[in-house]
Design a protein around this ligand. Sequence first.
Ligand SMILES: Nc1ncnc2c1ncn2[C@@H]1O[C@H](COP(=O)(O)OP(=O)(O)O)[C@@H](O)[C@H]1O
Ligand SMILES: [Mg+2]
Length: 348
Amino acid sequence: MNTDAKNIWQWGYLLNNSSEIFQLSGDVSNKIAAGEVVERPVNVVKELVENAVDASAEKITVEIAEGGLNLIKVMDDGKGIFPEDIEKTIDRFATSKIRDINDVYELSSFGFRGEALAAISSVCDFSLVSKRKGYDCLELKSSFGGQPVVKPAAGIEGTIVTVKNLFGNLPARRKFLKSSSAEQREIVKFIRHFMLTNYHLSLRLIVDEKEFFLFPKNESMLDRARKIFKEKKIVHLTNKYENLKIEAVISTPEVQKFRRDSIVLSVNGRVIKDNMLTQAVIQAYKRLIPEGKFPLAAIRLDISPSYMDVNVHPAKLFVKFLNSGEIFSFVYDSILEKLESLTPHSYD
Ligand SMILES: Nc1ncnc2c1ncn2[C@@H]1O[C@H](COP(=O)(O)OP(=O)(O)O)[C@@H](O)[C@H]1O
Ligand SMILES: [Mg+2]
């Protein structure tokens, strides 16, 4: 039991020892919930980058130090936040993205649960500077879920979120983290995967004060994938079937990897993990790549939000499809067709 919970329990017990169930304070419940949303620095980066994109940002800068444990800073040129809303950003279940549960099934944004900033700000030294066009620029500061302070600040249109001393108040959580270089690798991997599918966006990553990479705006998916996969033997494909659309970059059969982690999946721009889709890709190469070897693939699926449920995991890493059999066949067939056009005789 942490100190807050212990205090509540002790006080309750002293005042009335015939009752032992107490409502947790907002601060304690935020910290518990934070565990589901932010387990590691990469989860913070993901939430902040997705917020920037939801705010229609086109240029994003991510800065990290010591694998994100010391510093994570995400700057965007998005629409910014109204001064009146700035404090609400760190309230739990406060969001500008949905109003009603049915909106979840018509979602065009990454966020909707309204809990990321509440969770993040409860486990770090947190600052959010934001300016909406025509309104004052403000900074909100909060330390480990303590009382937030809002002050006027200087800044241009957009938002800057700075996270310092992540999990500084939760030594138990910090103990579970890997080395800062391992945490950095996870962040770099997430950004690469995210930028493969969101190839219209520009993103600059600064690691320990040095530029790590810079992706320009409006690249083609193929150009973006060439840079990210560092591989020339890749081809581009698109296909459409009813309300399903796929755009993908896949490797030619000569490319054979030992691991399947270069199969990157996304649905409506959201990078996800999904065994069924990974299998659809692997199966399409079955007669071309020996078992135990894997292709490179970046798959971007576009599906009407009403055909899936993204609200199955707090970190939104998994989605549920209404008709997974149809989606499997669509991905499998689209890749197979492209591979057949490259190597017609392999399929005779
Ligand atoms: N970079 C940003 N630019 C503009 N608004 C933002 C940004 N980040 C957060 N917000 C605002 O703060 C709200 C809360 O953010 P968050 O806790 O991530 O929840 P969610 O994204 O699920 O709505 C958002 O709904 C949005 O209105
Ligand atoms: Mg969000």
